[in-house]
Design a protein around this ligand. Structure first.
Ligand SMILES: NC(=O)C1=CN([C@@H]2O[C@H](COP(=O)(O)OP(=O)(O)OC[C@H]3O[C@@H](n4cnc5c(N)ncnc54)[C@H](OP(=O)(O)O)[C@@H]3O)[C@@H](O)[C@H]2O)C=CC1
Ligand SMILES: CC(=O)C(=O)O
Ligand SMILES: [Mg+2]
Length: 646
C-alpha cells in the first residue's frame, strides 16, 4: 500500500514533464476528471505519480516510465490548483488543460516552498486545508499589501547590494511575490537585480552565496553532465542562460561567481518577457579562472585552477550542449552570456546550426542598439546610410552591433555588405582597426580593417573619421573624455553618443558628462541606468541601451512559435519592433527608448515580430500559427498573481 504523504510535492502537470526528478507524461486526458497526486517526500527519486481518471482505477507511473494499477488511498490529503503548473506557455488554446487537480505541499513545507508559498496572504480556508494554523500570525493580507510592505523594507536599505540580497531572499521565499514586486516596480528594481548591482553581487558571490539558484557544471562533472542536469528540480526547461564567467560585464574574469548573471538575466525573462520561472535554468560552466585575486581568495567558490582551454574546454562545452538537447529537446533556447570573445564567436558559429542558440552580447546588444539608432535618426534626421559610425571597443558587442548596422544599411539601400561596412570604423586597445594590421587581427575584426592610416588615440580617430555616431563598447570607464565629447559636439549639431559598457563604473562617460560637454546637444544612451540630468534649466532623460529590452521578448517569440533556430532576420525584426514602440510622447521628452515600465507590452510586440519571422522563414514548429501573435504573446505570459488553492 502506498500511503499519501502529508507534505507531498506539487508536481508540474504541464502537457508533459514534471517538476520532480522523474518524468511522466499526461496527454489529452479529459479535463475536470483528472486528478494527479504526487506521493512521497518532495523530490524523492522513488516518488511516483498517481493518476485518477473518471474514478477509474488509479494508475501509478514510476520513474522508469512503467505504470501499474496501484492500491492506494484515492483521497489526496490536499488538492489545489495552480495555473502556472499546467499552463504551457507554448500551448495553443485548445491544448490548454484547465481544471487539473493537484496535490500540493502542505504545512511547514508549503511555507518553505518558494513556488507556492504565499506567506500572510494564505486565506482562512487555505490555512485550514493546508495545515498552516499556528504557523502564521493571524492576520491575512493581500498580495498588493505584501508588495507595498516589501518595497517599504527594500527602500530602507541604503546599500544597493543589501537591496539585491533582500530581493534574492524574497525569490527564495516567495517566488510570485518576487515577480510581482519586480514587474510592478521595474524601473526601481531593475538596477537592483540587474546592472549595475548584479556586477557587485558577482564580485562578492562567494561571500553571499546561500542556496542553489542555478546549476554549477565544472570540470569535475565531466562525463556526468546528463545526470547533473537531472538534479535540477524542474524538467520542462524552455530557456537556459549559460556563462563561463570569463567576461562578466566589464569586470573581467569572475570565474564561477559569474553565476549572478544567468540568474539575473533569467529573472528578467520572467519579469520582462513572461516566461514561466519554472521553465528557466541558469547555468555556470566552471573551467577555472585566471583571476589571481579569486584564486587566492579563501571564500572563492569555484574550481581553484587556471582556466582550461583548447580541447579540454571544447569537450566540456560540447558535452553540455549535447546533454541539454538530450534532456530538453531541440526547442530549448540557449543564451550564451558573458563568454570572453575568444570563445564566444566560435561557440556561436559551432552551435548556431545545431541548436536554438544566440549570443546576447553579440546579437541581443546589436538589436537593442540598432533600435536606439533608428529612433535617434527620427530626431537627428537622415537614414542609417547617411551616417558614419565610430566604435571604441571591437569585441563581441562592438563588432556585433557594427555587423547588424551594416546588414540593415545593405538591406535598406541594396548596397553590398562590404560597402556598408565602410561606413563603420572601430578602435580597439591598439588603436584604429586598419588594413595594415590585418594579419594580427582576430577573425571577427578583419571585416572592419579599412584603408586608413593608423591612429592610436580615440580623439584623433574622431577628428579623422568625423563620425556622427560614437559608441562605447570597450568595457573601460571614462574613456569618452571631455576632449572626445567636445570633438563630437564640434562636428555635429546633435552628436549621438552611446556609452554601453557595464556596470556604471565602466561606462565610457556619464550622462552628466555627455550632456554638459556637448552643451546639452548629445543624444545619449548608456548600458547601465543614469538619473536624469539638469543642464542650464533643462532636464535630459538618458536612454538605457541594454539588451534587457530585447532578449526577454526574443526568447518568448522563439518559445511560442516553437522555433528551432535563431536567424539574423529575427534580431532585425526584434529591433524594428522595439523602435516602433517609441511614441511621439517619448520623443518629445528626448527619449529614444520606450520606458521600461511598459516592458511587458514591448516584449509582447517583440515576441510577435520574432515569431512572425520564424513562421515566415519556416523555422517555427508550432502549428497552426496563431492569428493575432501580439495577443497570443500576452496570453502566454506568466502572471505572478497568487492562485487560490482549493
Ligand atoms: N549595454 C549592453 O546591453 C551591453 C554592454 N556590454 C558591455 O560592453 C563592454 C564590452 O563587452 P564585449 O564587447 O563583450 O567585450 P570584449 O572583451 O569582447 O571587447 C572589448 C573590446 O574593447 C577593447 N578595449 C579594451 N580596452 C580598451 C581601451 N582602453 N581602449 C580601446 N579599446 C579597448 C578591446 O580591445 P582588444 O580587442 O584590443 O583587446 C576589445 O576590442 C562590457 O563592459 C560589457 O558590459 C556588452 C554587451 C551588452
Ligand atoms: C548587458 C550585458 O549583457 C553585458 O553588459 O554584458
Ligand atoms: Mg552580457
Amino acid at each position: 500500500m502506498i500511503s499519501l504523504h502529508r507534505s507531498c510535492f506539487l508536481n508540474n502537470t504541464g502537457i508533459s514533464g514534471s517538476s520532480s526528478p522523474f518524468s511522466y507524461k499526461l496527454k489529452k486526458l479529459p479535463p475536470a476528471s483528472v486528478k494527479v497526486t504526487a506521493l512521497g517526500p518532495n523530490r524523492d527519486r522513488n516518488s511516483s505519480v498517481l493518476i485518477e481518471n473518471n474514478n477509474n482505477p488509479l494508475k501509478e507511473i514510476k520513474e522508469d516510465g512503467t505504470s501499474s494499477v496501484a492500491d492506494v488511498d484515492p483521497n489526496p490529503t490536499v488538492t489545489g490548483e495552480d495555473r502556472d503548473l499546467y499552463y504551457d506557455a507554448a500551448a495553443t488554446d485548445d491544448q490548454l488543460v484547465t481544471p487539473w487537480s493537484l496535490s500540493v505541499a502542505s504545512g511547514y513545507s508549503l511555507l518553505r516552498d518558494p513556488h507556492h508559498n504565499k506567506g500572510l496572504a494564505f486565506n482562512e480556508k487555505e490555512r485550514d486545508s493546508y495545515y498552516l494554523r499556528g504557523l502564521l500570525p493571524p492576520t491575512v493580507i493581500s498580495q498588493e499589501l505584501q508588495v507595498k510592505k516589501m518595497m517599504y523594507s527594500i527602500r530602507q536599505y541604503q546599500v544597493p547590494l543589501q537591496k539585491y540580497m533582500a530581493m534574492m531572499d524574497l525569490q527564495e521565499l516567495n517566488e510570485r511575490l518576487f515577480y510581482k514586486l519586480l514587474i510592478d516596480n521595474v524601473e526601481e528594481l531593475l538596477p537592483v537585480v540587474y546592472t549595475p548591482t548584479v556586477g557587485e553581487a558577482c564580485q562578492k558571490y562567494g561571500s553571499i552565496f546561500r542556496r542553489p539558484q542555478g546549476l554549477f557544471i565544472s570540470l569535475k562533472e565531466k562525463g556526468k553532465i546528463h545526470e547533473v542536469l537531472r538534479n535540477w528540480p524542474q524538467r520542462d526547461i524552455q530557456v537556459i542562460v549559460v556563462t563561463d564567467g570569463e567576461r562578466i560585464l566589464g569586470l573581467g574574469d569572475l570565474g564561477c561567481q559569474g553565476m549572478g548573471i544567468p540568474i539575473g538575466k533569467l529573472s528578467l525573462y520572467t519579469a520582462l518577457g513572461g516566461v514561466r520561472p519554472s521553465a528557466c535554468l541558469p547555468v555556470t560552466i566552471d573551467v577555472g579562472t585566471n583571476n589571481e585575486q579569486l584564486l587566492n581568495d579563501e571564500f572563492y567558490i569555484g574550481l581553484r585552477r587556471r582556466r582550461a582551454t583548447g580541447q579540454e574546454y571544447a569537450e566540456l562545452m560540447h558535452e553540455f550542449m549535447s546533454a541539454v538537447k538530450q534532456n530538453y529537446g531541440e526547442k530549448v533556447l540557449i543564451q550564451f552570456e558573458d563568454f570572453a570573445n575568444h570563445n564566444a564567436f566560435d561557440l556561436l558559429a559551432k552551435y548556431g546550426t545545431t541548436h536554438l542558440v544566440f549570443n546576447d552580447d553579440i546579437q541581443g546588444t546589436a538589436s537593442v542598439v540598432l533600435a536606439g539608432l533608428v529612433a535617434a535618426l527620427k530626431v537627428v534626421g537622415g537614414t542609417l546610410a547617411d551616417h558614419r559610425f565610430l566604435f571604441l571597443g571591437a569585441g563581441e558587442a562592438g563588432t556585433g552591433i557594427a555587423e547588424l548596422i551594416a546588414l540593415e544599411i545593405s538591406k535598406q539601400t541594396n548596397m553590398p555588405l562590404e560597402e556598408a561596412r565602410k561606413k563603420i570604423s572601430l578602435v580597439d586597445s591598439k588603436g584604429l582597426i586598419v588594413k595594415s594590421r590585418i594579419d594580427s587581427l582576430q577573425h571577427f575584426k578583419k571585416p572592419w580593417a579599412h584603408d586608413h592610416e593608423p591612429i592610436k588615440k580615440l580623439v584623433d580617430a574622431v577628428n579623422g573619421i568625423k563620425p556622427t555616431v560614437l559608441i562605447g563598447t570597450s568595457g573601460v570607464g571614462r574613456t569618452f573624455t571631455k576632449e572626445v565629447v567636445e570633438a563630437m559636439a564640434a562636428l555635429n549639431e546633435k552628436p549621438i553618443i552611446f556609452s554601453l559598457s557595464n556596470p556604471t563604473s565602466q561606462s565610457e562617460c556619464t550622462a552628466e558628462e555627455a550632456y554638459t560637454w556637448s552643451e546639452g546637444r548629445a543624444i545619449f544612451a548608456s548600458g547601465s541606468p543614469f538619473d536624469p540630468v539638469e543642464y542650464k534649466g533643462r532636464v535630459f532623460v538618458p536612454g538605457q541601451a541594454n539588451n534587457a529590452y530585447i532578449f526577454p521578448g526574443l526568447g518568448l517569440g522563439l518559445i511560442m512559435s516553437g522555433a528551432i533556430r535563431v536567424h539574423d532576420d529575427m534580431l532585425l525584426a526584434a529591433s524594428e519592433a522595439l523602435a516602433a514602440q517609441v511614441t511621439q510622447e517619448n520623443f518629445d521628452k528626448g527619449l529614444i527608448y520606450p520606458p521600461f515600465r511598459n516592458i511587458r507590452k514591448i516584449s509582447a510586440h517583440i515576441a510577435a515580430s520574432v515569431a512572425a519571422k520564424a513562421y515566415e522563414l519556416g523555422l517555427a514548429t508550432r502549428q497552426p500559427q496563431p492569428k493575432d501573435l501580439v495577443k497570443y504573446a500576452e496570453h502566454c505570459m506568466y502572471n505572478p498573481a497568487y492562485q487560490s488553492y482549493r
